[in-house]
Structures are given as C-alpha cells and as structure tokens.
Write a protein that binds this ligand. Structure first.
Ligand code: FMN
Ligand code: SF4
Ligand code: SF4
Length: 426
C-alpha cells in the first residue's frame, strides 16, 4: 500500500491533500469537519490586522459549461472577517486536537516590518506548523497596498519574505499571484528572500459574465460589480504551467512547491506532483462538492501509485519536469497521424468539418450509393495536429499514431530550415 504521507519543507502531513486558504478553512467548525473527512492539512483563511475585513453581498459568480457544470468560479471576498483573537484561539484548539494534521496560517499585512514582527510570535504560539504569505489576493486588498500589490513587485516579495524569516522559526511559504507576466520573477524573489517554499496559484483577475438587462457584471452588489478572482477547474492548465515554470527554472530548482488551482480529483493532484509539487491545495472543488471528495482523492492516488509501483509521493514527484522543455528543443522529426476506428465511429462528421474548415483538409467524407457516409484520414496530408481527436465525441475513436520516420532526433536549433540554427564549428 502506497505511503501518502509527506514532509513539505518541514511540515508533516498524513497525505498531500490540503484545503487552500478560503471559506473551507475560515473557522474551527469547518476545519474540524475537514479533518474528520480525511484532509491532511489546511491553510487557514488569511488573517490580517484588526479590525477584521468587511465583506459585500453578493460575492460569487461562475462560468458555466453545458448542463450548468461550473467550469470556473469567481469571488470578490476579502480576507477573514473575524477578529484575530478568535482565529488564533481556534487555531490553537484545533492544532491541539489534531496534532498529526498540518495547519498553516495564511497572513496578509501592510508592507511594514513592525506589523509582521508583531504578529509572527502570536502565530507561533498557536502551535501552527507554518505560515503562508498571501501575496495574491487580486481584489479589495491591493487597493490597500496588500495582496497582489505586493506579489506583483518582486522586490517587495523578497523584502517581506526576509522579514518573516527574521521574525519566525516557522517554515515560510510564499503564495504567488498569477496576475503577472512571468511567474519565475516573484518565485525567484521569494527564494532570494529565504522562503522555504512557494504555493501557487492564487486567483486570476476575472469578470465571468454580465446581466445584459441591467448592464452589470456578476456578482452584482446593487447596480455595480468589480473584477474578482477566478479559480476552479478552468484555471488548472494555467496553474500547471506556472508550477512547471518554477520547477524547471535553474534559479528556483528544488524549491518546494505547493500546487493550487483547479484540483478536483486524484489525477489533477498527481499531475501537479509530477510537475514538481510536494503538496496540493484545494478550494473550489471542496466548495462545490463538500469535504468528502478527499476520500476518492486519497483512494485513487493510492491505487494508482500501487499500480505504478510508486511507494511514496517522492517516488514520482517532479518526474514530468525533465520532459517539459522549451519549444525549440522538441523533436522536429517526430510525426503522428490520425487514425479513425471505423467500428466506433458514429458518422457525425465533426472531425471532417474541423479538419476541412480549419486544419489541413486531411479527412475525406465518402458517401456510397446508399448515402452511407464514412470518414477516412488522408495520411499524406495529415500533420498530426490532434484537432479531429479533440472534436470527436466518441472517446478513443480517433487515435494519434506515431509514425516510424526513420529519422533521428533533431530540434529547431539544429534544423536546416532554421536560418538562425546553431551551426556546429567544423
Ligand atoms: C471564496 C474564495 C475566497 C478565497 N480567499 C482566499 C484567502 O483568504 N486567502 C488566499 O490566500 N486565497 C484565497 N482564495 C484563493 C484560494 O486559496 C486558491 O488559491 C484558489 O481558489 C485556486 O484554487 P482552486 O482552483 O482549488 O479554487 C480564495 C478563493 C475563493 C474561491
Ligand atoms: S490530426 Fe489534424 S490534420 Fe490530421 S486529420 Fe486530424 S484535424 Fe486533420
Ligand atoms: S468525429 Fe469521431 S465519430 Fe464523428 S465522424 Fe469523426 S471519427 Fe466518426
């Protein structure tokens, strides 16, 4: 049986599944129920200086797919709206009752050393396992010089991280905002400031949709709205890329990463871990489906690890990082061609239309005397773009088959078609 336990920058947890700092972790009642359900740890909803934040009504909106499936989730909430004292008291009680679970405390304070020096001993006194610096909140707090306003300026990230390392012995995790051009910059700054780890992503600036009668976006607060923070399944691809960018950056290589963004099942978690994450955090999926999703996550991950022969999380952590490279190093001689399984094909013609209208006109639509249609790939024309496979509604009906070109690996820096290729000296 696979061992799911982790030691993430000195923080021990029975499994890699943590709840991210958000409503699921904003009070003892929730956190205790989450631990009862089996979560390995939590990052407590972000604490700040008193007086506590005040929230508006309404606060959430969603980007829906067909059948009202929530693809992306948007919120305009601020940090905790409860007093520091109550939060600290509850953290102390919960940690005492659940010593084997990880409790990390998220913090957001003004960019003044005294404020951090004042709060950090209070966090240590709760028995918490670590702190997470919320440099990512995209709404409300940046206007007050906090959250993303810090995370978007690498010098500030480094400075505040350094203060925290000076004023606490607890591991310091720096939570990064994705609302930045190059995620490696704040990650490097956190590393330079002495961070024990980074976590990402926080939410992405967003407006999900509008009420076109009232001409106001959702979530509406009376007759107005504001941009919120986007999260949930839709942001997973963005988060995975940012995690990989940091994992493969020579300047931050080896820096522990807690992966966040759109994680809803064990496969999502395994992907983050394979791209370098040492723990994963979940918010939206728990908000939409409840705490018990962790049962399937633990069970699924454990079974898959057994199947693959991975005994611990470390056995496959970062295993996909070396296979994630710059475009210029991809093999120009590699070739795949679409292949249609005629027995599985339902003759819908979607692949034909996609290839005919927007790809390489490589699928033939053949209609026999009885009017029966068949779709066949014209091998010589197919460039292997995957579009037909993506559009086909029957899973597994179209497969992309690697071809034996008989040619060796050759990347763009070596390709004779590249006028700027790196020509080797004779
Ligand atoms: C309603 C809501 C409130 C949030 N509040 C916080 C917060 O107080 N501190 C923080 O660091 N992140 C906060 N987040 C961001 C989440 O911790 C997480 O980074 C983000 O939602 C991406 O993960 P997900 O796709 O699993 O939701 C909040 C997210 C939501 C939806
Ligand atoms: S892989 Fe692309 S080019 Fe080839 S048949 Fe499909 S859509 Fe056309
Ligand atoms: S999209 Fe798939 S099912 Fe539809 S015609 Fe093409 S191969 Fe057949």
């Amino acid at each position: 049986m696979a061992d799911l336990s982790i030691n993430f920058c000195g923080i021990k947890s029975p499994n890699p599944f943590w709840l991210a700092s958000a409503p699921p972790t904003d009070k003892a009642y929730n956190v205790v129920r989450a631990f009862e359900a089996g979560w390995g740890g939590v990052v407590w909803k972000t604490l700040g200086e008193d007086p506590a934040a005040v929230n508006v009504s309404s606060r959430y909106s969603a980007h829906y797919g067909k059948n009202r499936e929530v693809l992306g989730f948007n919120n305009i909430e601020l940090i905790t709206d409860r007093s520091l004292e109550i939060n600290l008291q509850e953290i102390t009680e919960v940690k005492k009752a659940w010593p084997d679970r990880a409790i990390v405390v998220s913090l957001m304070l003004p960019c003044e050393e005294a404020a951090w020096a004042d709060i950090l001993p209070k966090i240590e006194a709760t028995g918490a396992d670590g702190i997470e610096l919320n440099f990512g909140c995209p709404h409300g707090m940046p206007e007050r010089g906090m959250g993303a306003a810090v995370g978007q300026v690498p010098d500030y990230v480094e400075m505040v991280t350094r203060w925290c390392k000076q004023h606490t012995k607890l591991p310091v995790i720096v939570k990064l905002t994705p609302n930045i051009t190059d995620i490696r910059m704040p990650a490097r700054a956190a590393h330079n400031g002495g961070a024990d780890a980074v976590s990402l992503i926080n939410t992405i600036n967003s407006i999900t949709h509008l009420d076109l009668d009232r001409m106001v976006a959702f979530p509406a607060v009376g007759n107005a709205s504001t941009h919120g923070g986007y999260c949930g399944s839709a942001v997973k691809p963005i988060a995975l890329n940012m995690v990989a960018e940091i994992a493969r950056d020579p300047q931050t290589k080896g820096l522990p990463i807690s992966g966040i963004g759109g994680i809803g099942n064990w496969q999502d978690a395994a992907e983050f871990i394979a791209l370098g994450a040492g723990s994963v955090q979940v918010c939206t999926a728990a908000m939409l489906h409840g705490f018990r999703i962790v049962e399937e996550m633990k069970d699924g991950l454990s079974r898959w690890m057994d199947e693959k022969g991975y005994q611990s999380i470390a056995d496959f952590m970062g295993k996909a990082v070396p296979n994630t490279t710059d475009w210029k190093y991809l093999d120009m001689n590699y070739q795949v061609i679409a292949q249609i399984n005629q027995d599985a094909c339902i003759k819908c013609g979607k692949c034909y239309i996609a290839c005919e209208d927007t790809s390489h006109q490589s699928i033939a639509q053949l209609i026999d005397a009885a009017g029966v249609r068949t779709y066949e790939v014209i091998k010589e024309e197919c460039v292997g773009c995957n579009l037909c496979e993506i559009t086909c509604p029957v899973q597994g009906c179209i497969t992309m088959v690697p071809q034996d070109t008989g040619m060796p690996y050759m990347n763009w820096t070596q390709d004779p078609r590249n006028p700027r290729r790196e020509v080797k000296a004779a």
